[in-house]
Ligand binder design. Structure first.
Ligand SMILES: NC(=O)c1ccc[n+]([C@@H]2O[C@H](COP(=O)([O-])OP(=O)(O)OC[C@H]3O[C@@H](n4cnc5c(N)ncnc54)[C@H](O)[C@@H]3O)[C@@H](O)[C@H]2O)c1
Length: 422
């Protein structure tokens, strides 16, 4: 693969930025983002997603632009824009289509356009290809070519990174597949897998995440059963996990941009092709109902109008990512039950929390105390390190420590405090 291949990465978020920085080590690479604020912060060497360190960003040869004209005439385009769902949980392909229009204006004959955004089988060839054709006036499969390569990275995961994971690739032709295998082969030490087709690569990604969602839903369902029996799922899992082939998923809130969203893409595709997906949608229902179920269990242990401190708002531990956080469901249900709720999260951006959820985050826990309940919602490292003294300071006598993630299972609570866990 010629190192003079010019690569444009469209969408510089959690996925696009690490990929673009890694590609820039091997190819002349430009990153385009629709957000001028995002480009400005990256130009200052700051990545708010915390996926690329400031020194790495500053040392990178990656060029950055918010101007669509900057990507004209590149050889390879990689699209890494969001694929959310709308209020009705239907796939929202507007960002992908908007990126197609931007790339469509920019491509010249011979270009390859690869999508990394998570979609359902058929989106690349049946929706993106025609849009690229319409805008560019070029013929797909003749003048330009499509590819798909799903992204598997995981926010905050420092082990499975863009340069270590196995990359699945598929091109519109065997030649394009080989070209993508060569490009991504330079990027990752984890090897490249050539999928049978673009549809197969799209399907592979969407079921990876749907499978996680369903497995977690099963654990959430048995969590509910065992609560009625008065036993903790965490105790049960410790015992079950001693079997060699037990799948040790943990219960909890399923948020974020991927696991709670992608199954709806699979469901839409299934319904469009005449199959009603039972397990996929049941998993979604169970996991989406988990926040309210947890809030109801906690509320049942409290007097009316309790003062509650919720620790953690991001969708998972040790990341600043607030997208689709289900902690919000817990907070809202507690408030609906008549309680007063304060929220703290040392990683979340206060402005984003206010904008997305209308939550005013506590600036710090200094001086906080007198709560009737502390809810451990997200096991950020500082919370996981709490000792008995921290609970003694935060809670009023008789207060309840509600541990959603089982992070305080090893902590002996001070006398007079009560504990509850899933
Ligand atoms: N976050 C993850 O860990 C992860 C993992 C695997 C796959 N994915 C998939 O990767 C895709 C991207 O996810 P993400 O988490 O990086 O999203 P993100 O929201 O972090 O980043 C997307 C970026 O694209 C930009 N953008 C949106 N529309 C654009 C357009 N038309 N032109 C140029 N830029 C545009 C946004 O400004 C934003 O900076 C999604 O399909 C997601 O499902 C994400």
């Amino acid at each position: 693969m010629s190192s003079s291949l010019r690569v444009a990465v469209v969408g510089l978020g959690y996925v696009g930025l690490p990929l673009a920085v890694t590609l820039a080590r091997h190819f002349p690479t430009l990153g385009l983002d629709i957000s001028t604020a995002r480009i400005a912060e990256l130009q200052r060497g700051h990545d708010r997603t915390d996926e690329v360190a400031p020194a790495t960003l500053r040392a990178s040869t990656l060029k950055l632009s918010a101007d669509p004209a900057a990507i004209a005439g590149f050889d390879l385009y990689i699209v890494t824009v969001p694929t959310p769902v709308d209020a009705a949980n239907e796939p929202d392909l507007r960002p992908v289509l908007s990126a197609c229009r931007t790339v469509g204006e920019a491509i010249r004959p011979g270009a390859v356009v690869v999508f990394e955004s998570t979609v359902y089988p058929g989106v690349t060839e049946d929706i993106c290809g025609p849009e690229l054709e319409r805008v560019s006036g070029l013929k797909c499969g003749v003048d330009f070519f499509l590819g798909y390569s799903p992204e598997r990275i995981n926010p905050g995961d420092r082990e499975h990174t863009v340069d270590t994971i196995t990359k699945v690739v598929a091109g519109q032709t065997a030649e394009v597949t080989r070209m993508l295998a060569a490009v991504y082969g330079k990027v990752t030490r984890g090897g490249v897998f050539e999928a049978a087709s673009i549809r197969v690569a799209e399907a592979a990604k969407v079921i990876e995440n749907a499978q996680r969602d369903i497995n977690i839903a099963f654990i959430n369902e048995v969590t509910m059963i065992f609560q009625n029996l008065g036993i903790s799922i965490h105790d049960v899992l410790e015992a079950s996990a001693t079997k060699w082939n037990f799948l040790n998923f943990k219960p909890g809130l399923v948020g974020g941009h991927c696991i709670g969203v992608d199954p709806f893409y699979l469901a839409r595709c299934a319904i469009d092709h005449g199959h009603h997906p039972e397990i996929v949608l049941a998993g979604r229902r169970i996991n989406d109902g988990m926040g309210r179920w947890i809030a109801d269990r906690i509320s049942a242990k409290l007097a009316d109008n309790a003062r509650i401190l919720v620790l953690g708002l991001t969708f998972k531990e040790n990341v600043p990512d607030l997208r689709n956080s289900k902690v919000v469901d817990v907070i809202r249900a507690l408030r609906e039950a008549g309680h007063r709720v304060d929220v703290h999260d040392p990683l979340a951006d206060p402005a984003e929390a206010a904008h997305e959820y209308g939550e005013t985050l506590m600036p710090s826990l200094d001086g906080a105390g007198g709560y009737d309940c502390v809810v451990g919602a997200v096991p950020h490292a500082p919370y996981a390190a709490f000792t008995a003294e921290a609970f003694a300071a935060l809670l009023a006598p008789g207060g309840l420590v509600a541990d959603i993630k089982g992070m305080w299972r090893g902590v002996a609570l001070p006398p007079g405090l009560r504990g509850w866990q899933l």
